[in-house]
Design a protein around this ligand. Sequence first.
Ligand code: SDX
Length: 433
Amino acid sequence: MPHNYYSGEKAEIKIDGQVYELPIIVGTEGEKAIDVRTLRAKTGHIAFDPGYANTGSCNSNITYLDGERGILSYRGYDIADLAENCTFVEVAYLLDHGTLPTREELSEFSRMLNDFAMIHEDMIRFFDSYPPKSPPMAILSSMVNSLCNFYPEMTENPLENIDKMSARLISKVRTIAAFSYKKSMGHPVVYPRYDLSYCANFLNMMFDSPVKPYEINHKVVAALNKLLILHGDHEQNCSTSTVRMVGSARVNLYASVSAGISALWGPLHGGANQAVMEMLENIHQHGGDFRKYVERAKDPNDPFRLAGFGHRVYKTHDPRSRIIKQACDDVLDDLKFADPLLDIAKELEEVALKDEYFVERNLYPNVDFYSGIIYRAIGIPTSMFTVMFALGRLPGWIAHWKEMWDDPGWRISRPRQIYVGPLSRPFIPMDQR
Ligand code: SDX
């Protein structure tokens, strides 16, 4: 667990003429925070920060994110290096163990992923009970929570089994995602294969069929590895904070991740990749005129926001978006897949980045703006895009849940509030209301 690095500096707050000192802590990358853990005891006041834009919830040694400079690293390794040189399984190991795996460690981790790839046959029957148009994220969240019923031993002594639990979850969520797609198509599920890598297995489970064997394209496998790596973790985003919040009550990993999946579903969060594609498809169907969407996004009276644009932390280009944008060109060239939506997305980005409204507010394309173009080229349906985000984010959720459980200073997360409701008033009996 990282140590609080007290800088020796103090922040002073003056209230009713009295000065209070609060210590300042500084992280390994120089980020500074005012430690307000004694604020209420000393001053009787709490800090107020709806949306937590100015609040650090924890120390963490997993991911570093610099929103001003557009920097993102996992365990100290720059995201561009990882996306270029690793497989998703390597990065999942890095996020969960803190170090890049040796050849032997990677081989052992891959073996575990293969051993855990099946889901209980009774779970497969769950799919038959979901209505045909069930949202894939609703299925994923409930199926992941159901894993607690099939693997109760994983909830009794979690940290003793954490490696098994992580591998089981990372492997089974991939199988559940592919099975839910097959079921939604009315097709027979395709079982995982021991001889295939993580991403190749997923693609095979998604697209192989008894009448037309799926031909694994290694460029597509490489593109999927890159996409999942880029979604691996992103410090205290909404869904990761949800996993920590739920897990802080000593809830098991599967139920905590199930809650994270629900948070990711939101169109302001992981659901944005699906919203981007629906927006681009809409623009395409209406002759490609995207300027109307830009104007709507700028209209303070219109709730519409440009999907895939803006970010709570990045106030410059999201480094992931730049890598994915480049990968779009590479994958579409490899697959000889010309997608008019990519051209629309590029034009939209170019116009928005020159528009004062977006420039003034530091609104740039985020991770969701281009990712759907690649998923679509691979053949993944738009309805599954946020599920793909969850597949990528899973190692990050697990790493944060484990980091919290390992923290000797761990407490249940329970924010306070400022009450602005009615003052005390006498009870009114029913016949006088
Ligand atoms: C992800 O947190 C993470 O790390 C998330 C993520 C991860 O990896 O986990 O990076 C993944 O969730 C990326 C974000 C995906 N969501 C979207 O693309 C949805 C569209 N984006 C917005 O809804 C918005 O930008 C958020 C939700 C991403 C951020 O919201 P904030 O930080 O609360 O920003 P804000 O609402 O305070 O906006 C500031 C201003 C406002 O205008 P004013 O009131 O100052 O006039 O910018 C405007 C907003 O109206 N604005 C937008 C906009 N995003 C912000 N205007 C038009 N279109 C947009 N997309």
